[in-house]
Design a protein around this ligand. Structure first.
Ligand SMILES: C[S@@+](CC[C@H](N)C(=O)[O-])C[C@H]1O[C@@H](n2cnc3c(N)ncnc32)[C@H](O)[C@@H]1O
Length: 197
């Protein structure tokens, strides 16, 4: 199978790796939700072969692409199906739960499920890492994000760019605390939540 990387994923894979690299301890177990076709897992494990990077997908077509990537390139662990809304999180353990470009392209129930998942798979001090565009204090961080948000909601009214405070409010009951907010290229941000027990 031909594996195609999305142009935006190719553009942001290096900045994403530069944030992840110092955050991930040696041999860190990364559980990636919504891996898409696996661009980020492939790139990060090529640069950090020590990582135990579990790629997953809800979409069967993308899961097939992920499996091809695993068979052709290795690096990532054998991918499996994971729909955040219907997943037995207690079957997994990870140091980091990672979701890149998921929170705005899914209903909020998916984010809520992700927070619940983080509370089950992460140890104390484990991290939930969310990458994508977010609003700050109710406001978009750029006119292009406002336009993108309108576009998303036109495609699906349950999608949209979330406010960081809304994410913090959903995270707190699961003892997930926002520790860092990093500005990324193209008006994206990396949110680093840490779990306490
Ligand atoms: C914009 S893509 C991001 C793919 C990849 N992370 C990237 O940035 O290149 C959004 C992904 O979210 C996945 N997704 C949507 N709903 C999901 C759910 N309930 N559980 C897990 N993944 C989901 C889709 O299948 C899709 O691959």
């Amino acid at each position: 199978m031909q594996i195609e990387d999305h142009p935006s994923a190719l553009r942001n894979r290096q900045p994403i790796f530069e944030v992840l690299d110092p955050l991930l301890v040696s041999h860190a177990r990364v559980l990636e939700v919504a891996s898409g076709n696996g661009t980020h897992g492939a790139y990060c494990t090529a640069n950090r072969p020590d990582l135990h990077w579990q790629a997953t997908e809800a979409d069967p077509i993308k899961l097939a692409v992920l499996r091809s990537r695993y068979e052709q390139q290795g690096g990532i662990q054998e991918p499996f199906a994971l729909d955040a809304l219907h997943f037995d999180w207690s079957s997994q353990q990870a140091d980091v739960l990672l979701a890149i470009n998921l929170v705005h392209i899914s209903p909020f129930s998916v984010t809520a499920a992700l927070m619940l998942g983080a509370s089950q798979v992460l140890p104390s001090d484990g991290m939930l890492l969310l990458y994508g565009p977010y609003r700050v204090n109710g406001k978009h961080t750029s006119p292009s994000n406002a336009e993108f948000d309108a576009n998303l909601q036109q495609q699906n009214p349950s999608w949209g760019i979330r406010d960081i405070q809304t994410l913090q409010d959903a995270a707190a009951p699961h003892k997930l605390w926002l520790q860092q907010r990093l500005d990324m290229p193209a008006n994206n941000q990396f949110l680093v939540f840490t779990r306490t027990h």
